[in-house]
Write a protein that binds this ligand. Structure first.
Ligand code: NDP
Length: 461
């Protein structure tokens, strides 16, 4: 049977766009449907505008820091609407870049929702389209905790379009988004309350790194409400624009805005997956194998909708590998090992490989840790900027299994360390590398004295 397309991609986010472009480059006839915005979450309501916000937030403190270096600079006032307008112009430009890239690659684009009618047929804005292969790349959506008054809270998407910056903000959750937005709004001058149910934020990250981050956030004056959950959210009663957040430890917070960053759910609703026979896993994500194939042989899924490692560059890698496999004669799977990742908190943290807690399940580890005040802050005197650098080294093979950093430029530094770990670098390889002086990054290659040996029995929680 002749199909309209060799490949149809549902979702024009980072992963879907990469898959479509590469497949078209290999000569496939490709279509892609996007119902909301080209570039998906990352470009529109995720990584990109978030990073611009991180940068906006940094300037105020930098102006104050400059005093330590002899500059007489006032902190000044931040014009939120002017910043949001500038951010929106940049996002519009990027959406155009995505559309142009697809057009130049010869991909047919549809600006409408695509739903399965049968395993090879989609309905897109009233049209029927058939495809030999179909990729589900619909991403995920923020999910609010189910508590009374949840409708009074916003989600991350809303923060990018607020008409005014809230003077007092409550953030529920302790994951990536919670920590990042807490830092952003605190940096811009808001009173920030971070409410999380664990003893420390960022469950799953290295315990020592989490602890160091929490200490920095506290030193910066953020209000950390640890080990609690919100029981309900209510209108203020006096001013409708204000909210009261009631916590499980009986604390009551009066704030101007509440946001829930309590995780994301895969976008599988109303796709007609049942008509295609595509199965979900127990968590409600599209179930796939290592090659991103679903239980239906010609239907694939990549990115957040599969809930594997929900990071933009991973979705891109999955989409690229799939296109190469299907149409490029280069069968391969995207690797989910040693993926570097960063949380753009203030200061940022970045990590690659295993945490100490994960590593000790494999055997005894040599742990190298250094904590220091970055050179800049010896003169600025700014609080909450202590850095931490840590290596987790397998005692037997001396292979570096994990690298962790909290501190200025951690994300930029960790990218290169990620290459070293991927290549299987040992501690000796790190030691043989000459440091760049004076930098914070040189600490990765100058830690000579083991801090401790870690073994399973001595593990932190
Ligand atoms: P996460 O899944 O990372 O974090 C959710 C947080 O909400 C956790 O702290 C979780 O607590 C808490 N939580 C969940 N349910 C409840 C509840 N009912 N009551 C109270 N607390 C609750 O969500 P994010 O939105 O922050 O991020 C989603 C994913 O997107 C990330 O995991 C990451 O993969 C990606 N991302 C990446 C970024 C980057 O690369 N810089 C930035 C932002 C997101 P607990 O830990 O106890 O479960």
């Amino acid at each position: 049977m002749a199909y309209d397309f060799d490949l149809f991609v549902i979702g024009g986010g980072s992963g879907g766009t990469r898959c479509a472009r590469i497949a078209a480059g290999h000569g496939a006839r490709v279509g892609v449907a996007e119902e909301r915005f080209w570039g998906g979450t990352c470009v529109n309501v995720g990584c990109v505008p978030k990073k611009l916000m991180v940068q906006a937030a940094e300037y105020g403190a930098w102006a104050e820091d400059a005093r330590g270096f002899g500059w007489d600079m006032p902190r000044g006032h931040h014009d939120w609407p002017r910043f949001i307008a500038a951010k929106d112009r940049e996002i519009d430009r990027l959406q155009g870049v995505y559309r142009t890239l697809l057009g130049k690659a010869g991909v047919t684009t549809f600006e409408a929702r695509a739903t399965f009618l049968d395993p090879h047929t989609l309905e897109i804005g009233g049209k029927r389209v058939t495809a030999a292969n179909i990729v589900i790349a619909t991403g995920s959506t923020p999910h609010k905790a189910d508590i009374p008054g949840a409708e009074l809270a916003g989600i991350t998407d809303d923060l990018f379009y607020l008409p005014q910056r809230p003077a007092r903000l409550a953030i529920v959750g302790g994951g990536y988004s919670a920590v990042e937005f807490a830092s952003i709004f605190a940096g811009l001058g808001s009173e920030v309350h971070l409410i999380y149910r664990q003893p420390l934020p960022l469950r799953g990250f290295d315990h020592e790194l989490r602890q160091a981050l929490a200490e920095n956030l506290l030193a910066q004056g953020l209000h950390l409400h640890r080990g609690v959950i919100p029981t309900h959210i209510a209108l203020d009663g006096v001013c409708d624009a204000q909210r009261r957040v009631h916590l499980s430890d009986t604390t009551e917070l009066a704030v101007d805005y509440v946001i829930m960053t309590t995780g994301r759910i895969p976008n599988v609703a109303s796709l007609g997956l049942d008509r295609a026979g595509v199965a979900l896993n127990a968590q409600g994500a599209v179930a796939v194998d290592a090659g991103s194939r679903t239980n239906v042989a010609h239907v694939y899924a990549i990115g957040d909708v599969t809930d594997r490692l929900n990071l933009t560059p991973v979705a891109i890698a999955e989409g690229h590998a799939l296109a190469d496999t299907l149409f490029g004669g280069q069968p391969r799977e995207a690797s989910h090992e040693n993926v570097p990742t960063a949380v753009f908190s203030s200061p940022p943290l970045a990590t690659v490989g295993l945490t100490e807690e994960e590593a000790i399940r494999r055997g005894p580890m040599d742990i190298y840790v250094t904590r220091f005040t970055p050179m800049r802050h010896t003169l600025t005197g700014r609080h909450g900027r202590r850095a931490l650098i840590k290596l987790v080294v397998d005692q037997k093979s001396q292979k570096v299994l994990g690298a962790h950093m909290l501190g200025e430029d951690a994300a930029e530094i960790m990218q290169g360390i990620g290459i070293a770990l991927r290549m299987g670098a040992t501690k000796q390889d790190f030691d043989r590398t000459i440091g760049i002086h004076p930098t914070a990054a040189e600490e990765f290659v100058t830690m000579r004295t083991r801090t401790r040996v870690a073994a399973a029995a001595e593990a932190a929680e």
